[in-house]
Design a protein around this ligand. Structure first.
Ligand code: TLP
Length: 358
């Protein structure tokens, strides 16, 4: 059975052309800095994002961890959002491996942290307090419905942070989606942050890999940290070739994923028992490729019907989507390279018939 897999944009498989680029890749030992394809990927990404240097890492989680390790030291503090991926889904690596203390601020529904709240959370220079070293942002913001942070907001946070000698790290796992949605060059979203992590294996469709970008000096420190956590790769050019292919061929097409997400959202909004939108931000159409909705069994006359039940029924109909939330009252569907507009219409059909069963 062929599944329409809407669980995440991480599930994309390399295209034939991408596989061919991988097979052709010239390789060397990247721990010696001798892999020509990895070097080319790093240069290409640095140029696209307007940063001095880049480092290829195995995953987004590793990119964020390596950034945190390179920015801070044990007992330093990092300001970040309570819905951020780094806080929720990275195994607590910032505290357990980097020894960084987290100062959580509630995310606004649009993924921002209010400027005044950030300012208020910066520690005074006092022996009792940890030192605020880092502010971590995320764009697009996954749990805030895939919303994109504006260049103006990023500039304001950068200004505030730098006035206090604090660095800013941006989890840009889906930064290209943000650039497409805002219709701005991706470099305009990275200009005022000190480091940025981008993922190649989400909407861009590479099988593996992320990049961490920043100044040359920062990337040198990050390279040491990557080795420390076991992330030094050898003939990584095979993977980097997929990344180059993705950057060169798969960026513009993200607009199609966004259109598909809106089509899916419009269909969902018309179904009983489902309310479009991420928690705290209902009925908002998606800006990018993440479609969140709430599942209300009571409204369908069956309080036991939740997102887990819906997920099971969808699977029986060839559609994969994950339930979310402690009470399984939410669901996320993600559009990507391996999902066509026709698949979206089929998925809507499967949703409709799953609800009709109740
Ligand atoms: N997100 C995954 C899951 O971990 C939830 C997904 O399916 O969305 N930052 C952000 C904003 C992310 O969404 C993710 C992955 C990461 C970092 C981590 O990337 P990987 O999975 O490559 O470690």
């Amino acid at each position: 059975m062929r599944f329409i897999d809407l669980r995440s944009d991480t599930v994309t498989k390399p295209t034939q052309a991408m596989r061919e680029a991988m097979a052709r890749a010239e390789v060397g030992d990247d721990v010696y800095g001798e892999d020509p394809t990895t070097n080319r990927l790093q240069e290409l990404a640095a140029e696209r994002l307007g940063k001095e240097a880049a480092l290829f890492v195995s995953s987004g989680t590793m990119g964020n961890l390596v950034a945190i390790l390179a920015h801070g030291g044990r007992g330093d503090e990092m300001i970040l959002g309570d819905r951020s991926h780094t806080f929720l889904y990275e195994g607590g690596g910032s505290s357990s491996l980097a020894g960084i203390h987290a100062r959580l601020l509630p995310n606004e529904p649009n993924g921002t942290l209010p400027i005044e709240a950030i300012e208020g959370a910066i520690r005074p220079n006092d022996v009792h307090a940890p030192r605020t070293r880092l502010i971590a942002l995320e764009s697009t913001h996954n749990r805030c419905g895939g919303r994109a942070l504006s260049p103006e907001y990023l500039d304001r946070v950068g200004e505030l942070a730098h006035a206090h000698g604090i660095a800013v790290h941006l989890d840009g796992a889906r930064l290209f989606n943000a650039a497409i949605a805002l219709d701005v060059p991706v470099a305009s979203l990275a200009g005022s942050v000190d480091s940025v992590m981008i993922c190649l294996s989400k909407g861009l469709g590479a099988p593996v890999g992320s990049l961490l970008l920043g100044t040359r000096q920062f990337i040198e420190r990050a390279r040491r940290m990557r080795k420390l956590v076991g992330g030094g790769m050898r003939q990584a050019g095979i993977l980097a070739a997929a990344g180059i292919y993705a950057l060169e061929h798969h960026m513009e097409r993200l607009a199609l994923d966004h259109r598909n997400a809106r089509r899916l959202a419009e269909g969902i909004a018309s179904l009983p028992g489902l309310t479009l939108g991420a928690e705290g931000d209902l009925r908002r159409p998606p800006e990018t490729n993440l479609v969140y909705f709430q599942v209300d069994g009571a409204a369908l006359g069956d309080p036991s019907f939740d997102a887990s039940t819906l997920s099971r029924r969808l699977r029986e109909r060839g559609v994969l989507a994950n339930p979310l939330g402690r009470r399984a009252d939410q669901m996320r569907m993600v559009t990507h390279l391996d999902v066509t507009t026709r698949d979206i219409d089929e998925a809507l059909g499967a949703l409709r018939s799953s609800l009709d069963e109740t």
